[in-house]
Design a binder for this molecule. Structure first.
Ligand SMILES: [Zn+2]
Length: 322
């Protein structure tokens, strides 16, 4: 997995500068007298949510940074060190961070842990596209599991925001009004973005609302916005599929009348490019699923990720000229 090693080298902790006061979250209150609330978020999307809600009141570190895969992440000694002093930890849950409990144990972490998906009823997930991440090289069908990718539905994203804001306030009660104001403004933006996504999808004829992606990360998006996402069946996300697997997917693409296949930010693009070439469909671009882009990329925030993904999906499904 050379792409993962490459991405690890590029990883830097995300830190909110003390001087960067947020506009959305500012309530006129200052940071806590004793210093900012230390928060460790498990991956980049949660880190952005914490930043949007807490702004300068929070001293944030993100464990799995932009363009990196949280499912298969291997904690480093610096991650253990970052948990010293028992910061508030914000995680997704639903099995998305299988390494986190071990990391918290290794660090002797005794601080609060907020599970952002608390209260969400998960979709069932056929995790075939992640089966390569299980122990050993053997390919086997995993048992049904909860789908962890709930942030791909902006209404559930608003639930994340409420849960995270409550966790921040519990850990820093003096900041309660600050976090509430930040969360309310942010949730209102996500509600407006949700409406925009629905308007955009509505411009696609219903029969064309289907695409192929490499990793089964869009179940919640598909259910919320009425798009069918087909993942290459039985094809591990970071291994080359066999000729038979490619042939089966090409038949599926043709039978379903699919016009576009999509890359994701952390999978090897070679497979989908080959599929697109052989099936005579186009590669619709690079969708962001489980990680944001770096700040200078097209999806540096949760909101930007939706605008970017929908901006690629809609013209591709409609079959607009590239
Ligand atoms: Zn995923």
């Amino acid at each position: 997995m050379p792409h993962r090693r490459h991405l690890l080298r590029a990883a830097l902790p995300c830190v909110v500068l003390a001087t960067a006061r947020p506009t959305a979250a500012a309530t006129g209150e200052g940071a806590p007298q004793s210093g900012r609330l230390r928060v460790v978020a498990s991956f980049s999307i949660l880190g952005d949510m914490v930043r949007q809600i807490g702004g300068a009141r929070v001293d944030l570190r993100v464990i799995v940074g932009p363009d990196r895969d949280a499912h298969g992440f291997q904690p480093r000694p610096s991650d253990v060190a970052a948990l010293g002093g028992d910061p508030l930890v914000v995680r997704n849950g639903l099995g998305f961070e299988p390494w986190l409990d071990r990391l918290l144990g290794a660090a002797g972490h005794r601080g609060p842990v907020v599970t952002a998906t608390a209260g969400i009823t998960p979709r069932a997930w056929d995790a075939r596209s992640h089966e390569h991440r299980q122990a050993g090289g053997e390919r086997r069908r995993p048992p049904p599991a909860p789908d962890p990718h709930a942030w791909q539905d902006l209404r559930l994203g608003q639930s994340y925001v409420r849960t995270i804001a409550a966790g921040l306030a519990a850990a820093d009660p003096a900041g309660t009004a600050h976090y509430r104001a930040g969360a309310e403004g942010y949730a209102a933006r996500l509600a407006a973005l949700d409406a925009w996504v629905r308007e955009r999808i509505a411009t696609v004829p219903e029969a064309r609302r289907k695409v192929v992606t490499h990793h089964a990360a869009f179940g919640y998006f598909g259910a919320a916005y009425g798009v069918r996402f087909l993942a290459p069946q039985g094809v591990p996300a970071d291994a080359e599929p066999s000729a038979a697997e490619v042939a089966r997917l090409i038949r599926q693409i043709r039978a379903e009348g699919i016009t576009a296949v999509f890359l994701e930010n952390m999978t090897n693009p070679a497979t989908l490019q080959r599929l697109a070439r052989e099936a005579g469909v186009r590669v619709g671009g690079r969708l962001y699923a489980d990680a944001l882009s770096p700040p200078d990329g097209p999806a540096p925030t949760y909101e930007a990720m939706f605008r970017h993904n929908v901006g690629l999906l809609v013209p591709a499904m409609r079959g607009d000229a590239a």
